[in-house]
Design a protein around this ligand. Structure first.
Ligand code: SAH
Length: 229
C-alpha cells in the first residue's frame, strides 16, 4: 500500500489541485495526508468510502473536493449536507481557515469519525452534527444562517436544492457536486428552478463541468446564487 503520508501522495494532491488553479501549501497537503490516513484507518468499521487505494483517494476524494474551493468566498459560514467522510467540507476547511464549517450526516458512526478528525487535526472551526438535514433547519441559528451550502454525491439535484434552500442566507449559494450525468442533472435542475420561481425564489446558475486530472473521470459543479427568497 502506498504510504499516504509519503511525498508521492502529497505531490499527487498538489499537482491534481493545480489542474483547477487551486494552490495547496505544504502544510495543507500534510494535513490532507493525515486526514486520508484516518479515513482509511476508520473505513474498516465505518464504511466511509468505497475507494480504498490511497492514490485513488488522493484524486477522487481530495482533489475532487478541492474543485469547489474557488467557489466558496472567504469567511463564509458553510454547511456540508450528507458529508459522509467529510467531503467536500473537511478539505475546504483545511484550505481556508476563515471558513466556519458545519458538517451534517444522518449516520452516527460517520459523525464520530468527523468529530475525531476535527479534534485530531486541530480544526476548531469545524463542527460535526448527527442529524437528518431536513430537520436541522428548524434549529435556532440554522435557518437562513449559511452563506454556502454544499453537497457531493448526495442526492438528486432537485432534492438537494429544496433541502438546502431553508439554510441559505439572502445572496447565499447552493453548490452541488455531481458526477458525469450533466445533461440529466441540468434537465432536472431547470424544472426545479421553474417550480421555485413560481414561489418567488430566484437563482442565477453556473454549471461547471470538469474532469479529474489523472483518471479523466467527468464531474460537474452546479453553483446557484440566491437572488430573492
Ligand atoms: N459527501 C460524501 C458522502 C456521500 S454519500 C462524499 O462525497 O463522499 C451520502 C451521505 O449522505 C451518506 O453519508 C448518508 O449518510 C448521508 N445522508 C443521506 N440522507 C441524509 C439526510 N437526510 N441528512 C443528512 N445526511 C444524509
Amino acid at each position: 500500500m502506498t504510504d499516504v503520508l509519503g511525498v508521492a501522495w502529497q505531490e499527487r494532491v498538489v499537482k491534481g489541485a493545480s489542474h483547477f488553479g487551486v494552490t495547496v501549501s505544504g502544510k495543507t497537503s500534510k494535513a490532507l495526508a493525515l486526514y486520508a490516513r484516518e479515513l482509511l484507518a476508520w473505513n474498516a468499521k465505518c464504511n466511509l468510502t468505497a475507494i480504498t487505494d490511497p492514490m485513488e483517494v488522493a484524486e477522487k476524494h481530495m482533489v475532487d473536493a478541492l474543485a469547489v474551493v474557488p467557489h466558496i468566498p472567504a469567511e463564509s459560514r458553510l454547511l456540508d449536507i450528507g458529508t459522509g467522510g467529510g467531503f467536500p467540507g473537511i478539505p475546504a476547511s483545511m484550505m481556508d481557515e476563515t471558513l466556519s464549517v458545519t458538517l451534517v450526516d444522518a449516520v452516527r458512526k460517520k459523525v464520530s469519525f468527523l468529530k475525531h478528525v476535527a479534534r485530531a487535526l486541530k480544526l476548531p472551526q469545524v463542527e460535526a452534527i448527527h442529524a437528518r438535514a431536513e430537520l436541522l433547519s428548524k434549529e435556532e441559528g440554522r435557518g437562513k444562517g449559511y452563506d454556502v451550502v454544499t453537497s457531493r454525491a448526495f442526492s438528486s439535484i432537485d432534492a438537494f436544492v429544496k433541502m438546502a434552500l431553508p439554510f441559505v442566507k439572502p445572496q447565499g449559494r447552493i453548490i452541488a457536486m455531481k458526477g458525469s450525468a450533466l445533461k440529466e442533472d441540468e434537465t432536472v435542475l431547470t424544472a426545479c428552478l421553474k417550480e421555485l420561481e413560481a414561489e418567488g425564489v430566484h437563482f442565477s446558475v453556473e454549471v461547471i463541468p470538469y474532469t479529474l486530472p489523472f483518471s479523466g473521470s467527468g464531474r460537474s459543479l452546479f453553483v446557484l446564487t440566491l437572488h430573492s427568497h
